[in-house]
Write a protein that binds this ligand. Sequence first.
Ligand code: NAD
Length: 482
Amino acid sequence: MILTSLIGRESATAEAREHEVSRNPSDGSELFTFAHASLDDVDAAVASARRGMNMPEWRDLTPDHRGKLLWRVSELIEEHLDELALMDSNDAGMPLAMSRAVNVPLAAQVFRYYAGFATKIEGRLSQVSIPNTLHYTTREPIGVCALITPWNVPLAIAAWKLAPALATGNTAILKPAEQAVWSTLRLVEICREAGIPGEVVQVLLGGPEIGQALVRHRDVDKVSFTGSTEVGCQIVSDVAPTLKRVSLELGGKAPSIVTASADIDQAIMGNLRGALFNSGQACGAYTRTFVHRSRADEFAERIAEAAKQMRVGHATREDTELGPLITGGQVDRVLSYIEGARAEGADLVCGGRVLAEDGLELGHFLEPTVLMNVEDHMRIAQEEVFGPVISILPFDDEDEVIARANSSDYGLAAVVWTKDLVLAHTMAKRLRAGTVFVNLLPLIDPGAPWGGFGLSGWGREMGAFAIDEFTEPKGVFIGLEP
Ligand code: NAD
């Protein structure tokens, strides 16, 4: 069977389209073939989404009814939890335990959260000084939204764009990353099973050229993008002629500050999991671990011991803690960062090797790696690595570590490990990041804004912030002259 885009109420044809085989990053096995959308398919999907905006059964739906549809989607996601969790494990190499416990439940939770929001999108009465005039504001849907997503957490990221886009009455065209399309396609089918019209939620399968065609399309009103900073910058220049609305969730280089007052056991486990979940292929991963010099040697030794115990394996195995990287190219890229750091003077404490034995021969596996004495100027401390690497950077005092943590061009997430309440709040205030965690893993919750400063992007997802991102304010003046 060949998977195809879902355009309007139909599946697109697979004929006369480029076909691509999706392979399992754990063992290279063939999962399915999918047909890339054509540029004509992009036009057809946009035209259909425009029709959707004007269809009475969507445009005039009551907020309560829209909320009900979203709630039904959340129920269906939960009913299909195992199926969806396995899809992303097979397709994206996400460990099954994470896919089951985080990826799929978060997708359902986001739909439930925005189901409640559909009836709470409010304007306000404005105090204008024009005599005998009433002024109020409403929030209107923006229109046709292109939702372009990366491969690392496919289902949850698609859901956290789609749910607020629909709650606010827009129509959506999803464009999942070509490396992992499966669960997004299934999510769109689920939306249709829930009763959302085909014109309202569509999916286009394909690579960057399909994303770019959506971004440049004159009849797309909004682009919500999650992916690399490089592509985010390209999108900004591509939307210039149409000035369509854009929100960007881009890369990160999160500092993790282990203070002298940290609970060292908690900090070790927190950094191990915060850096290595999804094999480090996460925008919020803790990739610069600043450890107070008084604790640095102990920290490095103990986190390396814990890293060596991690169960590396096929993503669909129940007990796998560290799955594969997405492609062989990604393994080479991560290795080049490790080698580069060593050449620049960092010490390898453990890892740094490709794993290609004991059943791992056909996948893209890398040992969990710990590097000590990494310095701020090294490439590994500046660029996104997206691999299972913990870089330890010793520090001496608080002012110094805040300045060093903030010296990145990214500003997505940061974490502080301390038992000192005053220090926790002081550091949270001084860190330049969209989200600061204290003694926690990089968690995402529908009620809390997610997004970053600087090269980490524009705008925020989740919470009421996403409602603003998917609506335009409209002001209405009413003359009350008797
Ligand atoms: P990517 O930027 O290569 O691709 C992301 C998506 O954009 C894919 O669907 C791709 O086909 C599409 N695309 C590529 N070129 C395009 C163009 N010119 N115009 C429009 N669309 C285009 O990213 P990736 O490798 O899939 O994902 C990894 C990146 O995503 C990392 O940088 C990571 O930090 C980032 N990310 C950020 C967040 C966040 O919330 N900030 C979350 C997850 C991942």
